[in-house]
Design a protein around this ligand. Sequence first.
Ligand code: TXA
Ligand code: MG
Length: 334
Amino acid sequence: EASLTTLHLLATDPSAVAQAAELARDGQLVAVPTETVYGLAADAKQPDAVKKIFAAKGRPADHPLIVHLADKSLVTEWVETLPDYFDALADAFWPGPLTIVAKKQAHVSDIVTGGHPTVGIRVPNHPAMLALLQHINSGLAAPSANPYKKISPTTAEQVLFGLSGKIAAVLDGGPCEVGLESTIVDISSATPRILRAGPITKAALEAVLNIEVDEPDVHTVAVPGNVKAHYQPSKPLTLLSTEELVARLCGQCEANTGVLYYSSQIERMLSENSANNELVDLKLGADKAKYAQGLYHGLHQLDQSSATEILLEAPPTAPEWRDVNDRLMRAAAQ
Ligand code: TXA
Ligand code: MG
């Protein structure tokens, strides 16, 4: 396939959004910033453009895409039936890291939905992305802007690292605030059901809706894309408890071992133990939001460093860390 010259458009440049809109209208692929991760977007009303997404990512055709919209009022254009609780959900969490799955309108292409009768919809919370959506006056179908099974990008540089030459442009809106993919909720029945854990937890959904929300064990849910090995760095990744990591760091570590950690205990060890100064180490924030914001970026950095393997201090397992643990389990799966 012919290699494209991928444009790096800075969202701070006044003409960048118009240029990105022009490319999308022309049926080309543009990587876009959102608050969660960067997306790889095509006009959702042009099936031939949407097809290019699967080719660029190497993604199986039956994995459905999320359609991004400028605001809640446009949802009925894409979705046939909405439950009573839809308004409360959208008013509380949009624009934001929540994707709804509901029965699609007949015109929504099977290319977008992977042949499913439902469609995923999200109103993202990023000023440049919202400006782009208003400009094109359509939906943007977009999965995360990473090659299939790799780690999602949270900066334009990481988008280019994975997809340069395969897409027309990246609209650079800076590093993503949230850093982890949206919560996906199936709202096609009376009881909402979480299909993918994300920044908006079951407890947060229930607090707004005053009804019970199902959160099945993710491994029992047949969501395409919920495959076990996913979000993977190319170097071997091992999750260790703080105690296990302490033991490893006290013993003989190979030079160029990558260490991704968050606790002050590990930080102290690393600064006190000069025998370990050949390590490639990186500290993540200790609170959940900061940790999530830095996680993919940290994995990308260690993956592209001289480190030959990555040791990761496993984060807490409290309910609000569910999305982080879900992604890490997949990242470390064999
Ligand atoms: O935060 C996010 O959700 C990011 C940004 C770019 O919006 N997007 C994202 O897209 O993570 P992607 O394609 O990497 O993951 C979307 C997930 C897939 O696992 C897919 O199976 C699921 O959403 N999905 C989309 N439409 C669906 C549908 N109709 N039924 C069930 N699952 C669906
Ligand atoms: Mg993805």
